[in-house]
Design a protein around this ligand. Structure first.
Ligand SMILES: NC(=O)c1ccc[n+]([C@@H]2O[C@H](COP(=O)([O-])OP(=O)(O)OC[C@H]3O[C@@H](n4cnc5c(N)ncnc54)[C@H](O)[C@@H]3O)[C@@H](O)[C@H]2O)c1
Length: 319
């Protein structure tokens, strides 16, 4: 069975490619390498370097595929505020092109990388999939728009789709070729930034006066390898004509100070950090309710914060 992995040269997509190949799937990668890296794609995968926005290239990439894991897209919240049109063009229009070409090629199964950003500021935590969606930035809006398009495609054209709403993805996968690290030119994720913190450029803690155990924000982290296991289960559970939305997190929250402490243990020294004021738009707590992932996908995460930090550090060759 051949799977098209869009965004397969990126952090999460490259991990998926490697695990799929190990499990005996054939893989095609479509990636324009705008934020991904061609050298992350193993030689066993068929690699089409090109954009989702080019229908001809998408058609070529879909050849022989039975299903699609759709990771490709723009994913920086801050950039999306400055360049909303780019985010709508790539994330929404690009997905429309992909879906049109899938329909033409009679490929009816897709798993989409959605995001907790679709929910916006939560009214209650943990967040259930049935919670109101109210994104607070263009990135979240584009993810929600695609979720809605997938529902429509199921109803109108019989597509089978699962949107996996990731919370914070972390950790790294060790492939036979070595670690597949998170390699974002602009790194906004806490764990990589904590691990790279130095006395000269200490990582900032945005807000130390939240009403949480230690005053810092609480987030839900999921290991990238657990995340890909959920995708492979999702591929097997897709029902034609239906669209499911499923949260992926660990169902457990960690404060920024807990992340710092885990990273300090992993590196064996105290990580420098600087207390800063709150950032606007940051909720105090973001926590996934992951019961649906368990009942629908038969999935439970197995790797904890220490594993995520330790694997990230090893992938950066810091430990
Ligand atoms: N990392 C997280 O914590 C997180 C959380 C929620 C959702 N997501 C979603 O997961 C997906 C993967 O995230 P990631 O962290 O691996 O990001 P990434 O930037 O490493 O990967 C995205 C990939 O998509 C490719 N791409 C971008 N535009 C493209 C286009 N027009 N045509 C073809 N390829 C294109 C990039 O080159 C890159 O390789 C994204 O859709 C992201 O929004 C990630």
């Amino acid at each position: 069975m051949r799977i098209l992995v869009t965004g397969g040269a990126g952090y999460i997509g490259a991990t998926a490619v490697d695990i799929l190949l190990t499990q005996g799937f054939d893989v095609t990668v479509l990636d324009d390498c705008s934020t991904g890296h061609a050298d992350s794609v193993p030689s066993q995968a068929r690699f089409i370097e090109g954009s989702l926005l080019d229908a001809h290239t998408v058609r070529e990439a879909l050849t022989g595929a039975s299903a699609v894991l759709h990771f490709a897209g723009k994913s920086l919240v801050g950039e999306s505020v400055v360049k909303p049109d780019l985010y709508h063009e790539v994330n929404v229009h690009g997905t429309r092109i992909l879906l049109e070409e899938m329909r033409t090629a009679a490929i009816q199964r897709i798993v989409f990388s959605s995001s907790a950003a679709t929910y916006g500021e939560p009214v209650t935590t943990p967040i259930l999939e049935s919670a109101a969606t109210s994104p607070t930035n263009p990135y979240g809006e584009t993810k929600l728009a695609v979720d809605n398009i997938l529902t429509q495609e199921g109803q109108l054209h019989g597509l089978g789709a699962i949107s996996l709403r990731y919370f914070n993805v972390a950790g790294a996968h060790k492939s036979q070729r070595g670690w597949l690290p998170e390699r974002h030119d602009t790194e906004t994720h806490l764990i990589p930034n904590v691990l790279r913190s130095t006395p000269d450029k200490p990582v900032k803690i945005f807000g130390t006066d939240w009403s949480t155990v230690d005053g810092t924000c609480i987030r839900d982290y999921v290991h990238v390898v657990d995340l890909i296991d959920a995708h492979i289960s999702a591929l097997q559970k897709i029902q034609l004509g239906s669209h499911e939305v499923i949260n992926l997190g660990s169902g457990r929250g960690y404060s920024v100070r807990e992340v710092l402490s885990a990273a300090s243990s992993a590196l064996g020294h105290q990580i420098p950090a600087q207390d800063s004021s709150r950032r606007s738009g940051d909720p105090a707590v973001l926590l996934a309710d992951i019961k649906k992932a368990s009942t629908y996908l038969g999935w439970t995460p197995t790797r904890d914060l220490l594993a995520m930090v330790t694997d990230t550090a090893a992938s950066f060759q810091l430990s």
